[in-house]
Design a protein around this ligand. Structure first.
Ligand code: FAD
Ligand code: NAP
Length: 324
């Protein structure tokens, strides 16, 4: 049996952005419904130690933080739905979304918080060593490699920024790029080339992430020169894959304005999308910061923007009735 669920505020995604929007939305009386998607709690449920989310003196665990956020959202009145949206109609209000089991969700406003996933090289050894020396987020994990040797893979802005960031923790950073020139902006390249703590390996790709004995995690990278085919080994303790992200926006192609990298476009300084009444927050609209705290911050903004939008729409409707 399929059902129809209606709400003043429909939220897609249950990471820090969606759950923060839910907390603010519920407290503003909008009785939000959160469609959680296939990863309830979002990306932080795939990690262990989180040291940079404010409010906790000791290291906390990602899955625990997300359980607490969900419990807080439910405590103030948000309703969680174990469902994934597969179809959207944003052409009229209420917005109509359909879950993969056929349930229908109607929202007077819609908050999109579907996040973004890091791209990986696709090597089996990379998959095995994720969280044991292999990471896709230097800001998140760089601190765990204090005084150790690290490498960053990629040649875009993210890779260069991550390499520069890692010099705060490590005196031995290697940037590994598959071509002989970087895609990153010139100003970032200049900072990179001037930095004594960073070496660049050009025309190089990763053949394998090498594990140490027992539980040692990553100890080296097996490399291949893309021009000569020559192979070599680089000893490292940390390997940061920085080859881009996929924002989860396939559903919205043709319904909302997206940028060239498929992130949802918002009016700068707000969470307003190209469709009035639809708001976007978190990693799905942010390719610069991509942190739990920034996702939570924009989630709060989305709920406030949605609440103001509804208050104005209600006021206009009342005025129209009074004028009749
Ligand atoms: P996400 O957390 O990506 O959540 C997206 C949500 O959308 C999920 O619940 C998913 O199920 C849902 N969804 C997707 N598609 C649909 C759909 N069609 N229908 C319904 N729901 C859908 N940040 C830090 O600040 N500190 C850290 O230490 C840190 N460590 C990290 C470690 C790892 C391994 C990773 C991967 C990330 C880490 N980050 C860290 C980054 C942080 O997790 C993200 O910036 C943050 O989770 C983004 O939040 P979000 O709510 O925008 O999206
Ligand atoms: P990106 O610009 O798409 O760059 C990805 C890099 O990874 C490229 O150098 C690419 O190599 C390399 N790469 C891709 N797939 C690979 C593979 N399978 N193996 C090896 N290397 C691979 O991604 P991004 O750096 O994450 O940036 C995404 C967007 O966010 C861009 O628009 C960027 O400008 C923006 N951004 C801006 C800032 C800033 O303004 N400060 C910071 C971060 C990101 P090739 O070059 O050979 O294709």
């Amino acid at each position: 049996m399929t059902a129809t669920h209606s709400t003043r505020m429909l939220i897609l995604g249950s990471g820090p952005a969606g759950l923060s929007a839910a907390i603010y939305g519920a407290r503003a009386g909008m009785a939000p419904i959160v469609v959680q998607g296939i990863q309830p709690g979002g990306q932080l449920t795939t990690t262990t130690d989180v040291e940079n989310y404010p409010g906790f003196r000791e290291v906390i665990q990602g899955p625990w933080l997300m359980e607490e956020m969900q419990a807080q959202a439910e405590h103030v009145g948000a309703q969680m739905m174990w469902d994934t949206i597969v179809e959207v109609d944003l052409s009229q209000r209420p917005f109509r979304l359909v879950g993969d089991g056929g349930h229908v969700y109607l929202g007077d406003t819609l908050v999109i918080a579907t996040g973004a996933q890091a791209k990986w090289l696709g090597l089996e050894s990379e998959q095995k060593l994720r969280g044991q020396g292999v990471s896709a987020c230097a800001t998140c994990d760089g601190f765990f490699f204090r005084g150790k040797k690290v490498a960053v893979i990629g040649g875009g802005n993210t890779a260069v920024e991550e390499a520069l960031y890692l010099t705060n923790h490590s005196h031995d950073v290697t940037l590994i790029h598959r071509r002989d020139s970087l895609r990153a902006e010139k100003i970032l390249q200049e900072r990179l080339f001037k930095h004594h703590g960073i070496k660049v390996l050009w025309n190089t790709e990763i053949d394998q992430f090498v594990a140490g004995e027992g539980n040692q995690g990553l100890v080296a990278l097996d490399l291949k020169d893309t021009v000569t085919g020559e192979t070599s080994r680089l000893d490292v303790d940390g390997g940061f894959v920085a080859i881009g992200h996929h924002p989860a926006t396939e559903l919205f192609e043709g319904h909302l304005e997206l940028d060239a990298d498929h992130y949802i476009k918002v009016t700068p300084g707000t969470t307003h999308t190209s469709v009035p009444g639809v708001f976007a927050c978190g990693d799905v609209m942010d390719k610069l910061y991509r942190q739990a705290i920034t996702a939570a911050g924009t989630g709060c903004m989305a709920a406030l923007d949605a609440e103001r939008y509804l208050a104005e729409a209600d006021f206009e409707a009342e005025e129209a009735v009074a004028a009749e």
